[in-house]
Each structure stands twice: as C-alpha cells, then as structure tokens.
Write a protein that binds this ligand. Structure first.
Ligand SMILES: *Cc1c(COP(=O)(O)O)cnc(C)c1O
Length: 402
C-alpha cells in the first residue's frame, strides 16, 4: 500500500512523460469495458462466440476487405497467413530485417528461409528495388511491414509479386487504419496480419490478433487452420493449430472499435504538433523527423526520429534523467540476430537497416498525450543539444566527462 501511494505521489509531482500511458484511455471507457466483460461472463461463451464474430466483421469492414479471422496474437496471424499460403521447407520468403522479430520467425518456424531485404531510409519500409534483387526460383511470398503505422510501397511490391507469382502478406500489426491511395492496410495483399497487443493502435487487455483475407478460398483455409483444421467437429482435413481469440478480448476490442478513428486522429494531430514544436525549437536540421509519404494516411503507432552522429544513446540517457520515455525500435536488425546467424548476413549486408538501428529514437505519441507533455519532450531534446553545442565549442568550461 505504502509503495503504491509513494508511486502516485512521485508521478504527479515530478514532471515526466511516459512513452505510453494506457491508463488514460482506460479511464474514459472503464464502464463500457466492465459492462462488456460482464456480458461475456453472463453468456458463458468464452472462446470464439458472438463477440468474436462481431469483431471479425467490423474489422474486415474497417480494413475494406472481405474476410477477417481472429486468432491468438499478431505473431500467430503472420504464421497462419504463411501456413494458408502453404509456405514450407524449401521455400524462401522475403521480409525486412528492420522489423519486429515475429515477421521473420514465422517463416523459420514453417521450415522456410527468411530472406532479408533492406529498407527505404525515409519510410523505414521494405525497399521494392531490393526485394526485386532478392527474388529467386524458391521465393514463395513477400511480407511488407507497414512499420510505425505507415504503409509500404504496395503498388510496386504487388507488381513484383504478380510478376513472379508470389503471395503478398501484409504485416499490418502497427498499421490498423493506415491508408495508401485511400485503400486501407490489410486490403492490398492476399492476406494481412493484425495484432491487438496492448501497445498497438487497437490494443486489447492481453494478446490477440486477426488475419484479413481477400479471397474466400484463403478465408476458409484460415478458418480451418486456427481451430486444428477441424470441420465438422473431430474430423480433420488439414493439420491446424489452436489459435483462437477469447471472447473477453473481442468484447473489449468491440468497445474500442468505436473510438479507434478518434484516437487515430489524435495521433495524427500529435505528430503534426511535434513537427511545429521541433521547427520552433530549431531542431529540424539536427534531428530527422519522420515523414509521411504522398497519398498516405500514417496512423502513428510510433513517432520515430533519427539522431545522427552517434548521439542517439547519449540523448536517450539524458531524456531518461528527465523521466521522458523514449525507446529504440529496433536496436539490432534481424539479419544480425544470433538466431539467424546461420543465414550468413554481415552487418553491412543491409546498410540502411544497419544505419537505422544506430539512429532511431521513438518518442511518446499516444492519443492522450498532452501538448504540455509534447513541449517537455521537445524541450528535453533541445537542452541536450544546447549542452552538446556548448561542450563542442567551450570544452574547458565544463567538467571533464566522467
Ligand atoms: C507487434 C508486432 C507483431 C506481433 O504481434 P503480437 O500480437 O505481439 O504477437 C508482428 N509484427 C509487427 C511488425 C509487430 O509490431
């Protein structure tokens, strides 16, 4: 009890900014969530059930795609999509290295080989030119990731895929509601993988995921695969897994769906405000701010800047001292991870991925973030660079670095 009390006092008296504060969102919808969970308890339908059906329908509609199949996590969504595409031993799947682990691990788990392609330095998304270079006779699929909430170059990637007969599986875990030319993430590829992990734009109270599909054939396979390939009960035509969404999660997500557009608009507004504040602070030459490419709606799951000249870690330390949350997504490319060492990449095999890993820093952007907090973030960064300039020009005026 005492510890809790102290924490609350500290949080409200010391100025700081959280990278993500889920409690603010919950405070607004608490009663609706409680009612929804109560309804599930009363219904006794805990696995799949009507709440899940409702969610599958409304997300498919939101993503402008015909089918949605809920599952246990975003990682499972990628795995199920690859399984539905019959990816297996001997196959290669082209994926970015600058992404969350699950994009590539699903490929390995099916006995296929992840082939890492480099990114475009502006959008952090898969470079279509590098994808083109990496297609072989064995390539079966490509997984563009819409990183940080901005869509990859889907027109070019779809053209490449069509030319070589590849499946396109969008990893849209960070990009629900993101658009390219007015068409939403999850509706461009053969399938799309979504995550309801709490930090995503549509986050549940635990794990959850969903696969979108454009064809009825793939949707049917996915429906089978996530319930052991069982239809009718205890008859198995294919070997599936148990990857279902709980009704509790679906009930919570059904409540949150009503707010998703509003929250997304707030994220977009916060991103625009950062642009103005960094501009006012004279920092736009020092930092590289994230950029929304033409014909896109960026949904800002993360707001990620580049900090050049090896100063990123130092800046992050300085922000931490001021209790300003900042995170590194991602510090090491997948092509350099120990578990993928056997694939034979070197650090500089993917130069843009390597450089991004050295430079990126993600700042708070969640919908409930206040203008005052954004000013504190920008001010924190400004004081670091002001002090840094001083060190550079008047090194003797400051005590030697410890
Ligand atoms: C979060 C995430 C996943 C995995 O989702 P989980 O629900 O955590 O399993 C996959 N790919 C990307 C790009 C992600 O950000």
């Amino acid at each position: 009890m005492k510890g809790n009390f102290n924490n609350q006092t500290v949080n409200s008296s010391i100025q700081g900014v959280a990278l993500l504060d889920l409690k603010r969102q919950y405070a607004v919808i608490k009663d609706e969530i409680t009612d929804a969970l109560q309804r599930v308890c009363d219904s006794g339908a805990f696995v799949l059930g009507p709440e899940v059906k409702t969610l599958e329908k409304s997300i498919a509609q939101y993503c402008q795609v015909e089918y949605g199949i809920a599952c246990a996590s975003g990682s499972d969504a990628v795995l199920l999509a690859l399984t539905a595409a019959e990816v297996g031993p001997g196959d290669e799947v082209i994926v970015p290295s600058f992404t969350f682990f699950a994009t590539a691990s699903a490929v390995s788990r099916l006995g296929a080989k992840p082939v890492f392609a480099d990114i475009d330095p502006v959008s952090f998304n898969l470079s279509p030119a590098d994808v083109s270079r990496k297609v072989t006779q064995r390539t079966k699929a490509v997984i563009p990731v819409h990183l940080f909430g901005q869509m990859a170059e889907m027109q070019l990637l779809n053209t490449i895929a069509q030319h070589h007969g590849l499946y396109v599986i969008e990893d849209a875990a960070q990009a629900v509601g993101s658009e390219l030319e007015g068409r939403r993430a999850g509706s461009w590829g053969d399938m799309g993988a979504f995550s309801f992990y709490p930090t995503k734009n549509l986050g549940g109270a635990g794990d959850g995921g969903l696969v979108t599909a454009r064809s009825e054939q793939l949707a049917k396979r996915l429906h089978l695969l996530h319930v052991h390939g069982m239809e009718p009960r205890y008859y198995h035509s294919i070997i599936g897994v148990n990857s279902r969404l709980d009704s509790f999660q679906a009930a919570i997500l059904n409540v949150k769906m009503k707010y998703l557009e509003g929250w997304t608009m707030l994220r977009i507004q916060n991103a625009a405000r950062y642009s103005d504040l960094f501009d006012d602070a004279g920092l736009t030459q020092t930092l590289t701010l994230p950029k929304t490419l033409p014909n896109r709606r960026h949904v800002w799951n993360q707001y990620t800047v580049r900090v050049p000249d090896g100063r990123r870690d130092d800046l992050r330390r300085c922000l931490a001292e001021r209790k300003i949350g900042a995170e590194i997504y991602y510090p090491l490319g997948l092509h350099e991870q120990e578990c993928f060492r056997h694939l034979g990449y070197r650090a500089d095999s993917l130069p843009e991925t390597y450089r991004a890993c050295q430079e990126v820093l993600t700042l708070p952007i969640f919908p409930e973030l206040t203008e005052a907090e954004q000013r504190m973030v920008v001010q924190g960064i400004k004081s670091y660079f002001d002090a840094d300039t001083q060190r550079q020009f008047y090194p003797s005026a400051l005590p030697a670095a410890a």
